[in-house]
Design a protein around this ligand. Structure first.
Ligand code: F6P
Length: 550
């Protein structure tokens, strides 16, 4: 559907119908909805692959869901989805195709960009990554002095860091425990310092991950890492080849940096940074878990891609989750969305989703460049389950804000957990189930009184309830399940961007800060009189210089 000719979202009959429906529902209670429909608990569920999705505790009725699907249909979600899968340049502001789905397509698939099938290249890179990973894991690939590689340090930022760092954490129980794998992203020298201070340079492989190979944080850290390595090894430039590899789309810049392009693992401009960890950007993860596990993860992604591409809206999980988000964002004025994994291994999952969702849908003009007058992407936040319960859950339960939340949990602990720790899993999951129960159904004043609580404490001990949650439950956190989960969120973000009529695949909002940092940097050494600083920044720079004794 042409972005220019689309009716303004909030002028469509489908949008207006949802507004009216929202008014009619008023403050309908989940208790009422469950009482009215005894089958709700099982009826409001979906399954994709290993993921069981329970949305019965959402503030929706069959009519809400019907109206939301009508909105998706009127806004051309399916047409845009098909255009994405076909390799059309739906990232219009960058004139690029959006084909992360090709990264996990089977070898015999045909997906064309500008008339060329990209699948053979994808598999050629995967094969090259596999053979390199095997050589590192087996000890065949050695460092400059002939020592076996025992440490892998990925240097990258944003999509070139968050994905592999999150997935490495998530799949730790599948990793080669003999390898130390670390991730450096921050230009604060402390990050690299802490990553390398206890490592033997002769046993360390640096993976420089940068789509553009121009990102200042990454190139600065990579240069410092190279200096550290050469100093530690007392070696010349020739040592770089055995200790540095690059993941990038930019062969020229990789070569300028001094990395042999034979040791470069390529990807393409049709892979967005935040959609890239299943490309060459996942090399650190592949070394950690091995090529077979990595491919299982890709199969998990692909399973959900196929579901998203083919399942009808009624049973399409990303469509459902995307529309539920729109229901709260646009019709309940919710500002944020919490993602709360009940798995320690998913400790970086929400940070990863922050980039995926907020860099994609944090936009305020539509695809035609006109300001939107509807809310777009929510603030995404959260940390692993029980830790949050003892910190910010108070606000979710009894605060004044509506915070829709996804609860993600697993029936089984990781297979290699110390046997003595296995019984703790039931306690973890008891909390998982108890929280969504408490959030949905709360505790009424009468229930509080019935416990003999004094009247003045009743309001304090009452739980309003009616806080919407989705429960995502799977058997175990495996590579395939991780791929499935991520693909669900990728496509959820897609659905929302399509409805909001925004370009979910550009990120112009990060540019201004980069330009200004370049302008401010000389002022820190030369003084605040350098051109282009506003009054406040000048004063802050002057204070900084004073504190640094300049
Ligand atoms: O500044 C934002 C961004 O462009 C992200 O979209 C991207 O993932 C990150 O920087 C890193 O970029 P690169 O991989 O090119 O170093």
């Amino acid at each position: 559907m042409n972005a220019e000719s689309r009716t303004r979202l909030n002028q469509t009959p489908e949008w207006k119908a949802l507004g009216t429906h929202r008014e009619q529902l008023g403050d309908v209670q989940l208790r009422e909805l469950f009482d009215a429909d005894p089958a709700r608990a099982t009826g409001y569920t979906l399954q994709v692959g290993d993921l069981h999705i329970d949305y019965s505790k959402q503030l929706v009725t069959d009519e809400t869901l019907r109206l939301l699907r009508a909105l998706a249909s009127a806004t051309g979600v399916v047409e845009l989805r098909d255009a994405m899968f076909r390799g059309e340049k739906i990232n219009t502001t960058e004139d690029r195709a959006v084909l992360h789905t090709a990264l996990r397509a089977p070898r015999d698939a045909v997906i064309e960009v500008d008339g060329e099938n990209v699948v053979p290249e994808v598999h050629a890179v995967l094969d090259k990554m596999s053979s390199f990973s095997d050589r590192v894991r087996s000890g065949e690939w050695t460092g400059h002095t002939g020592k076996r590689i025992k440490n892998v340090v990925n240097i990258g930022i944003g999509g070139s860091d968050l994905g592999p760092a999150m997935a490495y954490e998530a799949l730790r129980s599948f990793t080669d425990r003999g390898l130390t794998v670390r991730f450096v992203s921050n230009v604060d020298g402390a990050d690299l310092h802490e990553a390398v201070r206890d490592l033997d340079a002769a046993e360390t492989l640096f993976i420089i991950a940068s789509k553009t190979f121009t990102t200042i944080e990454t190139i600065t850290n990579a240069t410092s890492a190279r200096d550290w390595l050469l100093t530690e090894l007392k070696a010349d430039q020739s040592a770089v080849a055995k200790h540095f590899v690059a993941l990038s789309t930019n062969a020229e810049k990789v070569s300028d940096f001094g990395i042999d392009t034979a040791n470069m693992f390529e990807f393409w401009d049709w892979v967005g940074g935040r959609y890239s960890f299943d490309s060459a950007i996942g090399l650190s993860l592949m070394i950690a878990i091995g090529p077979d596990r990595f491919r299982e993860m890709l199969d998990g992604f692909h399973l959900v891609d196929e579901h998203f591409r083919t399942a009808p809206a009624e049973s399409n999980v990303p469509v459902l989750l995307g529309l539920l988000g729109i229901w709260y964002d646009n019709f309940h004025d919710a500002q944020s969305h919490a993602v709360l994994p009940y798995s320690h291994y998913l400790s970086k999952f929400t940070a990863y989703l922050q980039q995926l969702d907020m860099e994609s849908n944090g936009k305020s003009v539509d695809r035609a460049g006109k300001p939107v007058d509807w809310q777009t992407g929510p603030v995404v936040w959260g940390t692993p389950g029980t830790n949050g319960q003892h910190a910010y859950y108070q606000l979710i339960h009894q605060g004044t804000k509506l915070i829709p939340a996804d609860f993600i949990g697993f029936a089984n602990p990781s297979a290699d957990l110390l046997p003595g720790l296995v019984p703790q899993h039931d306690l973890l999951m008891a909390n998982f189930f108890a929280q969504t129960q408490a959030l949905a159904f709360g505790k009424s004043p009468d229930e509080v009184r019935a416990e003999g609580v004094s009247e003045e404490l009743v309001p304090h001990k009452t739980f309003r309830g009616n806080h919407p949650t989705t429960t995502i439950l799977a058997g175990e956190l495996t590579p395939s399940v991780l791929g499935q989960l991520i693909a669900v969120y990728e496509h959820k973000v897609f659905v929302q961007g399509a409805v909001w009529n925004i370009d979910s695949f550009d990120q112009w909002g990060v540019e201004l800060g980069k330009v200004l940092a370049k302008r401010v940097e000389p002022a820190l050494s030369e003084g605040e009189q350098v051109p282009g600083l506003d009054g406040s920044t000048k004063a802050l720079v002057a204070k900084y210089r004073e504190l640094r004794g300049r």
